[in-house]
Design a protein around this ligand. Structure first.
Ligand SMILES: C[S@@+](CC[C@H](N)C(=O)[O-])C[C@H]1O[C@@H](n2cnc3c(N)ncnc32)[C@H](O)[C@@H]1O
Length: 475
C-alpha cells in the first residue's frame, strides 16, 4: 500500500437502491491478487454503477465485507469510490481534454480507471506517481500493456495541472455553469439550487461546497428506547443541534453499532427527524384522537419516529407504501410500535378518512440529498421532474380527502426544486382550500429559515439534507 493513506480532501456516504447485489463483489482472482486492493474495490464499484446502474453506497459495503477490507483500506476504498462517482462530470471533462477525444469514445472499463486516477490526482493528497502507477497496474492486469500505455499517457497529462487550473481551462463562462463545474454538479442542478435560494442565490457556492463534502452520519435515538444523550455516550457521537433525537457520528459503519443492531437507534438525517417531529407538533383545531397517517412511508424512517411519538400519546400510525419490499422494510423498522402497514397506492389507499395528522413525504427527485448518494447527481434528469410533480399533487389531493377538518397535513420532499415544493403546495392551497401554517414554528430553535411560511433546510445552513416542509390545515 502507498502513501495514499494520508487523509484525502473529500469523502462521503449515502443511501439508495437497485441492481446492487454483490455480483461484482466476488474475491479478486489470481491475476488481481498483486493489485492495490482498495483501488481495485473502488474500480469495481465504479464499474457496477456504470454497467448496471447500481448505487455505489449499496454495492460498496458488501464488497468490503466479501474482500475483508477494513480499517484504513476500507476508508481508502470508500473515499475513492464515492469521491470519483460524485466528481464524475468534472473528471470526465478533464479526461476528455487529455485524451483528445469525447468520453463516449473511451472504453467503459478504461474510463472507470481513468476516473479513479484523475480523482486521486485532482482531489486527494495521493502522490501523483502512486495515483498513476496503481491505475496503470489495474488496466495492465485486465487489458494488457497497450491500454495501460493509453491510461498512463492520459493520467500524466491530467497531473500537469491542479484542479483549479483545470477549472480555469475548462469551466463554462456563465457564473452558475462555472460554479457547477468547479464543484462537480450538473449545471441544471446548480440552477435548481439557485432558484430555490431566490434572493439568497449568493449562497449558491456554499450549497455546492456543502453538497460535495463528506456528510456526518446522523443517528436517531428512538423515543421511549434511548435518549440522544445516552446514545451519544454509547456511540462516542455528539448530541445533535436541532432534533432532540439526533446524534452525529464522524464516520464508520453505523450498522455495526450495538444501539442500531438492537433497534434502539437508526440512521436518519436530522432534517428527516425534524420533518416527522414537525408533524407531531402541528397545532390542530380540536383534540388529537390519535389517528395518524404516513402516506408515503417506505422504507419507514419517519414512520418509526412517528409511530413512537404517536404511541407515547396513546395513538396509532397507519403507514402506506405501494412497493411490497419497501413495505416489508417499514414492518421491520416499526415492529413493536403501534404502526399498521398497508401495501397500497397513496392516491387511493382504501382507508377510512378522518385522520388528525398526515405526512406526505412524497416521492421526489432527491436533489436535496445528493451528498448521501454519490452518483445520483449524474443520473437525475430535468425530465424527471414533471412526472413527480404530478404524482406529488395527486398524493396531496388524497391527503386533503383523508384528513379531518381541523387536522394537519405535512407535505415534505428531500428536494428543494421549486416545482416539487412551493408550486405543489400553492396548488393544493388553491384547489383544496387548505390553510398554510407557519411551518417555521414547528421546527423550534432552528435558525436560517427565511420568511416562511414553508421551511427549506440546507446543508450549508443547518447541516441537514435540503429537506422542504409545509404544514397545511384543513379548515
Ligand atoms: C421519499 S420516500 C419516503 C421516505 C419515508 N417517508 C422514510 O422516511 O423512510 C417516498 C416513498 O413513496 C413511495 N411511493 C411511490 N409512489 C407512491 C404512491 N403512489 N403512493 C404512496 N407512496 C408512493 C416510494 O416507494 C417511496 O418509498
Amino acid at each position: 500500500m502507498s502513501e495514499s493513506r494520508r487523509p484525502a480532501r473529500r469523502g462521503q456516504s449515502g443511501s439508495g437502491g437497485r441492481n446492487n447485489r454483490p455480483r461484482q463483489a466476488r474475491r479478486p482472482d489470481a491475476s488481481q491478487s498483486g493489485l492495490d486492493q482498495p483501488r481495485l474495490a473502488a474500480r469495481d464499484v465504479l464499474r457496477a454503477v456504470r454497467e448496471r446502474d447500481a448505487y455505489a453506497n449499496l454495492v460498496l459495503p458488501g464488497l468490503l465485507r466479501e474482500r475483508r477490507l477494513d480499517g484504513r483500506d476500507a476508508a481508502l476504498a470508500t473515499e475513492l469510490a464515492y469521491g470519483a462517482a460524485r466528481a464524475r462530470g468534472l473528471l470526465d471533462a478533464v479526461i476528455a481534454d487529455c485524451a483528445g477525444r469525447p468520453i463516449a469514445e473511451i472504453d467503459g472499463p478504461l474510463l472507470d480507471v481513468l476516473q479513479l486516477g484523475a480523482y486521486q490526482l485532482l482531489r486527494t493528497r495521493v502522490a501523483p506517481h502512486a495515483a498513476v502507477a496503481t491505475s496503470v497496474d489495474l488496466v495492465r492486469a485486465e487489458a494488457g500493456p497497450g491500454k495501460a500505455g493509453f491510461v498512463n499517457a492520459v493520467l500524466r497529462r491530467v497531473s500537469e495541472r491542479s484542479e483549479a487550473e483545470w477549472v480555469e481551462r475548462l469551466a463554462p463562462a456563465d457564473p452558475v455553469g462555472r460554479l457547477a463545474f468547479e464543484h462537480a454538479h450538473p449545471t441544471w442542478i446548480a440552477q435548481v439550487f439557485a432558484d430555490a435560494l431566490g434572493a439568497d442565490a449568493g449562497e449558491l457556492e456554499d450549497v455546492l461546497v456543502a453538497d460535495d463534502a463528506r456528510p456526518a452520519v446522523h443517528l436517531v435515538a428512538r423515543p421511549g428506547e434511548i435518549s440522544s444523550e445516552e446514545l451519544a455516550l454509547a456511540t462516542g457521537g455528539e448530541v445533535g443541534r436541532y432534533s432532540p433525537y439526533a446524534v452525529y457520528l464522524d464516520g464508520g459503519d453505523p450498522g455495526l453499532l450495538d444501539a442500531v443492531r438492537e433497534g434502539l437507534a437508526g440512521v436518519q438525517d436530522e432534517g428527516s427527524q425534524l420533518v416527522a417531529r414537525a408533524l407531531s407538533l402541528a397545532p390542530l383545531d380540536g383534540p388529537d384522537t390519535g389517528r395518524w397517517l404516513d402516506l408515503c412511508a417506505g422504507p419507514g424512517g419517519k414512520a418509526a419516529l412517528l409511530g413512537a411519538l404517536a404511541g407515547i400519546e396513546g395513538g396509532r400510525l397507519d403507514a402506506v407504501e405501494p412497493v411490497a419490499h419497501r413495505a416489508d422494510l417499514i414492518r421491520k423498522t416499526t415492529k413493536e410500535l403501534p404502526v399498521d402497514v398497508h401495501v397500497a397506492d397513496g392516491r387511493d389507499p382504501g382507508l377510512e378518512g378522518g385522520f388528525d395528522r398526515i405526512l406526505v413525504d412524497a416521492p421526489c427527485t432527491g436533489l436535496g440529498a445528493l451528498r448521501r448518494r454519490p452518483e445520483a447527481r449524474w443520473r437525475r434528469q430535468p425530465s424527471d421532474v414533471a412526472g413527480l410533480a404530478k404524482l406529488q399533487r395527486e398524493l396531496l389531493a388524497s391527503a386533503a380527502e383523508l384528513v379531518r377538518p381541523g387536522g394537519v397535513i405535512l407535505y415534505a420532499t428531500c428536494s428543494p426544486h421549486l416545482s416539487e415544493t412551493v408550486a405543489v403546495v400553492a396548488d393544493a392551497v388553491r384547489r383544496h382550500g387548505l390553510t398554510a401554517l407557519d411551518t417555521r414554528e414547528l421546527v423550534p430553535g432552528v435558525p436560517g429559515l427565511g420568511d416562511g411560511p414553508s421551511v427549506q433546510l440546507w446543508p450549508h445552513r443547518q447541516g441537514t439534507d435540503a429537506m422542504f416542509m409545509a404544514a397545511l390545515r384543513k379548515p
